[in-house]
Structure formats: structure tokens, C-alpha cells
Write a protein that binds this ligand. Sequence first.
Ligand code: C2O
Ligand code: CU
Ligand code: CU
Length: 471
Amino acid sequence: MKKINKMHIITVLVFLAVLLVCGIVFLFNQFMEFSGFGWKSQNMLQMPVLLEDLNIDPDITEYQLNVQEGQTEFIDGKLTDTIGYNGSYLGPILRFTQGQLTNVKVNNDMSDPTTLHWHGLLVDGEEDGGPMQGILPEESWQPSFVVDQPAATLWYHPHFIGSTADQVYYGLAGLIYIEDEISKELNLPEFYGINDIPLIIQDRNFNQDGSFDYRTSMMGVVPGEEILINGTMKPYVNINHEKVRFRILNASNSQNLNLELSDNIVFLMIASDGGFLSKPASKKQLFLAPGQRGEIIIDFSKVRRESVFLLDGNKRILEFKVMEELEKSPEIRDEMAVISELPMGDNPVSRVFELESMGINGTINGKYYDMHRIDEEVEINETEIWVVRNLGGMMQTGGHPFHVHGTQFQIISRDGKVPPLEERGFKDTVFVDVGEEVKLRVVFRHPGIFMYHCHILEHEDNGMMGQFRVQ
Ligand code: C2O
Ligand code: CU
Ligand code: CU
């Protein structure tokens, strides 16, 4: 009897011990998941192709883009239906040079209509690729323009009414690099993919079978659990130069990015949406709303670590594997670009834009977008003041990135205060938080019909957009 009792007690104790260990392991895993520390990089960061200029004349640039359906292997052994430009997902990088005539041929090989918009580019309304320049299946669009602005990292994406959010989610987006005399003289890291690296960041959800799980709800958009960078899941990149330039685009439909480096490492921000800042800004955080770009330089020689992580909040999204021997890099200059205030007359025209939203629907000045209505008439070459207010709304949880076509504007103030250095460069998309009021200095140098809208693509597709005519 006694023996059996002892055995029982031991069994129960062993059982409890196992349970306790399991519990601890479970909690630890939960913690790792939650804190993002369990994240391990798996795939080498892919680099978009630099698209080849088809014109041999050095003064003319010519590109061809095919919009096509395809499949992409984000998850090992699983195929995701996607769309892309000249490939299955995202698009190549288009290099433009200031002052150059640029011709592009866009062929729509998809079964749905699309458009191709140059986000941040200063061109006439007809070349802008907004909702009015639809490209039907099997048709082409051939915009032609002279590049008329300083060096910057811009991007291109579709803008077809009602399907912009969908087409971007499934893969339509690509970068544009504009170079000018200043960008050549600055002596910045210049080896593409090695010390001049693009980061196109997007949140995505996947179904078990590998297909995208793109969902919207009454509350808005369901944030993605996975972060893709240049279409790579759980990416790492090898670092073998001291200083590396990263050109970062938030190409997510609706999610903001709060980028940081592990261990609170400091970096230099050198450019925003419209190009270089007047001087580099030393920072520990970079906020990017959808549509916005930020360029940073990380000095890995100061880091002295084999592995550094790019974080979004406290979530790891990219690993930098730092090689032991790093190639020397030149110093970063303290003067980048000269940014002078846009000249303005004594009595500038002032306009107010009030943003309101409910779930994925939204209005500007109480109106839903109407393709057949011109909301504002604007005089060409006259600097105006635009006041953008976020009135909030029902089920409104965050701010709106307000984007204007056909211009690079300046932020005068945010809630009456002068913006920080990183918001004092040229911008095409400004984040306006709930209850905030942002004042802009805006000028248009190209005629035509353009859009302003919230760059949360679901908001844009569901009414939060207006049109203006410049002449
Ligand atoms: Cu990024 Cu109206 O566009
Ligand atoms: Cu745009
Ligand atoms: Cu919005």
C-alpha cells in the first residue's frame, strides 16, 4: 500500500513539473512573439531591377512598363497571386535626370483597367496618371515629359477609381530616382543594392494556402501581420560598407511606420518626400505614413555589432548582417540642398481642407470624390496657403496622410508651431493627426487637373479625394 502511494505521489509530481515547464515555455514563446524577439530573418533582401533606358540618345530617357498578372513565392513552397510591373510583384526602379525628356510606354497586360501615377512628380495633369488617364486591358498609355525638379526618391502606382487599394496591395508599386547636379556632387554612397539600398515596406496578411488575405472591416483596414520589404518576407541584408544610404518608402495601404534601429542606434535623415533636407537630421526614429519617403544614412562603423535590426515600433522587420571588414565611406556633408521659402504675394489665396472619416469612408470638406466635379480652381505659379484639418470622425483611430498631386509643398506650421528639421524640406504627403491643423505653402507650375486625397488607399477609394484645376 505504502509503495503504491509513493508511486502515485511521484507520478503526480512529475506530471505537475512537466505542466509547469510547458507553461513556462508557452509563456516565453508568447513573450518572444509579442515582443518581436522571436523574429528571425530568413531570406536575402531582394533588390528591384534598375530599368534599362531604351533610348541611346543621352538626352532622352525611354522606358517601357508592362502591367502583368503573375505569382510570387513569398512563403517557401507556396504561390501567391500577384500583379507587378515587368515582373510578378512590384516594379523596377526608373531613373530620371533633371532636365531630361522622358518617354514612357505603359502596356496594360492585365484583365482590369488601371492607371499609372507618378507620385511626387511635377508634370502636366495629362501626364500625371490620375483617375482620368485610365488604361484599358490590352491598351497602352504613353506619357512624355521633361523632368522639372531636384533629386528625390518618388514612386509610381495605379490610381484607378475604386481599385487603387486593391491593385497596390496585390503588387503595383515601384520607385523613381531623380538625380541632379547636387545629388552627383554630394558624394553619397552610390553603389546600388550595396550601399544605396531601396526599402519598399508593406504590411500584408496571408491565408493558409499562401494567397493574400486582404480584408477591410467596418473599422477600416486589418493591419498585416507580416512586413514585406521589396517583396521579401523576413529579410536580411549584408552590410559591407561603413555608411549605407537607405531610400525608404512606406508603400502600405494604410499602416504608419515608426522605424527605429535596435539598441537605439542613431542615424542621419538626409531626405524626405521631395528631396534632400537642407542638412542631415540626427535621429533615433523615422515616422512614415503611407505614401511618404524618408532617406537615411546608417554608419555601421560606429555600431560595432554583427547584427542590427530595423524595427517598426518594437517589431523586427529587417536584419542588417554587418561584415567584420567594412569598406571606408566618405563623410556626409553638413550642407545638403538649399531650400528657400516658396515666394508668396501679399494676399495669398488661402483654402481650407477638412478631413473626416468613418471606417473606410471619408470626405474632404464634407464631399465624397466626384470625377465630374472640380472642387478648386487654382492659378498657375501663384503660391497659396492650404490649411488641412483632421476633424476626426466616427470610428476614427488615426491620422490622415494628405497628399497633393502636381506639387512639392512646404509645411509652414503644425498646430501653429514651426515643424522640426525633417519636415522643413519639400513634401508631397503630410500626416495630419486627429484634431490637428497643418498649414502648407503650395504652388503649381504645371497646368491640368490634379487630385488631393488621403493616402490611406482605402480612404482614397472611398471618397476622401478632391480635384482641382490649375491654369
Ligand atoms: Cu500616391 Cu494620388 O497618389
Ligand atoms: Cu500622387
Ligand atoms: Cu485617411
